[in-house]
Design a protein around this ligand. Structure first.
Ligand SMILES: NC(=O)c1ccc[n+]([C@@H]2O[C@H](COP(=O)([O-])OP(=O)(O)OC[C@H]3O[C@@H](n4cnc5c(N)ncnc54)[C@H](O)[C@@H]3O)[C@@H](O)[C@H]2O)c1
Ligand SMILES: O=C(O)C(=O)C[C@@H](O)[C@H](O)[C@H](O)COP(=O)(O)O
Ligand SMILES: [Zn+2]
Length: 369
């Protein structure tokens, strides 16, 4: 275990790409961009948000400029509301004004909001140009890998989007040291998710190392993000376009996405909403016959890393149920639910009744904390 550099590959044939994780890997951006075929003859555009710009944009822009790249920068407001068609259009305007062309690249410097938005700019500008993910949140170990890019609609999360894989993921652990505490905890939600869907021993490790993770210990963090990215890469390599297996990455998201939308994309962070959704999925699992341990362990480990597990009572159940019907998992009149059958094992269940889901939502409002 260490914060020293680690590398792994998302295996997708000729579209395979590397993920570099470690302290200081951003210093190598010039060489790594060149190795991955990012052009120096066309301008590249770094898209970031206001918080990240203040802390980390100068360094990345300096490294790339020194290496001979022409760098354009664009800053969006921080927060989920920037994943919008309005911001997409504005960014495409900036790209055109600064002469980006089909050989240009987009660089997403930030958390999942910037990654999803900038990725969708890259997927749609001139019908698709290259892009690089430079994640700066813990949560973005998930969003930077796998090529799902999107913006939101007021009625539904991530409903306007594409699959567009990056050329490279460059994850510098040093950038994480400036994260606010609430964002650290929210990011750990998807780390725990990767254990819950794939690897029970990693769930135990998260429980045992929760204090180190929340304290941003570089060794613990480096290991956790490497494990999380490895699970994500393995799943995406097997089913890039979510024909089947990839759906398991959506554990907690059917309820979670609905909560984000009903709460107006602001009150609950993505990781927080997914934590509540995963407790809901665990409750559902027990109702469908899984051992009680699935629920107790899920809830315990999420609470250990400081996440909420109770659904805010003021969010109306009817609205949550309606929002779930807009989720991409609602198909052919049926809700597809990711259900943990044991810790580290999930199944894709297509026959959960709406009345049972409603009951679970109500129970989540009473969850003991
Ligand atoms: N595409 C995917 O596969 C995928 C996977 C998971 C989540 N997501 C999406 O990711 C989004 C959530 O991502 P997120 O939690 O990273 O949110 P985020 O991008 O909003 O970042 C969280 C907050 O931290 C700030 N921040 C980011 N890096 C910082 C740093 N190093 N120091 C200080 N502040 C920093 C941001 O400005 C923001 O205020 C959601 O929209 C979710 O739908 C996508
Ligand atoms: O990469 C995936 O696939 C995921 O489901 C990862 C999720 O953590 C992520 O929030 C994703 O954006 C959700 O995908 P969606 O298709 O339900 O919008
Ligand atoms: Zn997610």
């Amino acid at each position: 275990m260490s914060g020293a550099p680690r590398e792994l590959t998302v295996e997708l044939g000729e579209r395979s790409y590397p993920i570099y994780i470690g302290e200081g890997v951003l210093d190598e951006a010039g060489n790594l961009f060149t190795e991955r075929g990012i052009s120096k003859k066309s301008p590249l555009m770094i898209i970031t948000d206001a918080n990240v710009a203040e802390r980390h944009l100068g360094h990345l822009a300096e490294v790339l400029t020194s290496a001979g790249f022409t760098v354009v920068t664009a800053v969006v407001p921080a927060g989920e509301s920037s994943k919008s068609l309005t911001e997409l259009e504005r960014l495409i305007g900036i790209a055109l004004e600064h002469g980006l062309d089909r050989k240009s690249a987009i660089v997403a410097l930030g958390g999942g909001v910037v990654g999803d938005l900038a990725g969708f700019v890259a997927a749609s500008f001139m019908r698709g140009i290259k892009f690089v993910q430079v994640p700066t949140t813990i949560l973005a170990h998930d969003s930077s890998v796998g090529g799902k890019v999107a913006v939101n609609h007021p009625l539904a999360k991530n409903i306007i989007g594409a699959f567009h894989q990056p050329e490279l993921v460059l994850y510098d652990l040093k950038t994480l040291q400036t994260l606010p505490e609430r964002e650290v905890k929210a990011g750990l939600s998807e780390v725990v998710k990767h254990g819950l869907i794939w690897d029970a021993s990693f769930v135990t490790w998260c429980d045992e190392n929760a204090d180190k993770l929340t304290a941003l210990d570089p060794d613990a963090l480096g290991y956790a993000l490497y494990k999380g990215c490895s699970v994500k890469a393995a799943v995406v390599s097997k089913d890039e376009r979510e024909n089947d297996l990839r759906a398991i990455l959506n554990l907690g998201h059917t309820i979670g996405h609905a909560l984000e939308a009903v709460a107006g994309y602001g009150e609950l962070l993505h990781g927080e909403a997914i934590a509540i959704g995963m407790v809901g999925a665990a409750r559902l699992a027990v109702r469908l016959g899984a051992s009680e341990e699935v629920y107790t362990v899920t809830k315990h480990v999420l609470q250990r890393v400081g996440l909420p597990v109770r659904l805010p009572a003021h969010l109306a159940t009817d609205e949550i149920m309606r929002a779930m019907m807009h989720d991409k998992k609602f198909q052919e009149g049926t809700m597809v639910f990711i259900v943990p059958t044991a810790i580290g094992v999930v199944e894709i269940n297509k026959s959960v009744s709406t009345s049972l889901i409603r009951e679970i939502v109500e129970q989540l409002k009473q969850e003991a904390i």
